[in-house]
Ligand binder design. Structure first.
Ligand code: FES
Length: 114
C-alpha cells in the first residue's frame, strides 16, 4: 500500500471564513476548505461539470454554487442538489482532522472495495 497517510495544511481553523472557500494544494490535487455550519469540509476545487472554479463559487450555509453554469452542491453530502436528486454528480471529499494550534490535516478516504 504506502502512499500519503495525512497531509498537514498548516492552516488554522480560525482562519477560515464562512462565506468564502480557502483553496489549497494537496498531494491529491487542488481542493478547497469550507466552513459549513461550524464544521470544516474539504471538497474538490474544480467543478465535475466542466472544471469551473468551484472554489470561487458562492457559499451560503451548506450550498455551494458553481460560478460558471450554476450547478448547486450540498457541501455536507457532496451531491448536486439543483436537480432534486436527478443528478449523479458528486464532489470528491477529503477527511479533515483538526489538530488545534498545529492546524488542519487532510486524509483521503480509502476507495470503496469492490
Ligand atoms: S463548470 Fe460548474 S456548472 Fe458548469
Amino acid at each position: 500500500m504506502g502512499g500519503i497517510e495525512e497531509h498537514a495544511t498548516g492552516i488554522l481553523r480560525t482562519s477560515l471564513e464562512a462565506e468564502r472557500a480557502t483553496p489549497i494544494e494537496t498531494p491529491w490535487g487542488k481542493f478547497a476548505l469550507h466552513l459549513v455550519e461550524d464544521e470544516v469540509v474539504c471538497v474538490q476545487a474544480f467543478c465535475p461539470h466542466m472544471e469551473g472554479p468551484l472554489f470561487e463559487g458562492s457559499c451560503s450555509g451548506k450550498r455551494l454554487v458553481c460560478p460558471w453554469h450554476g450547478w448547486v452542491y450540498d457541501l455536507t453530502t457532496g451531491k448536486r442538489v439543483d436537480l432534486g436528486g436527478g443528478s449523479r454528480a458528486r464532489l470528491e471529499e477529503l477527511s479533515v482532522i483538526d489538530h488545534g494550534p498545529l492546524g488542519l490535516s487532510l486524509q483521503r478516504p480509502d476507495p470503496p472495495k469492490i
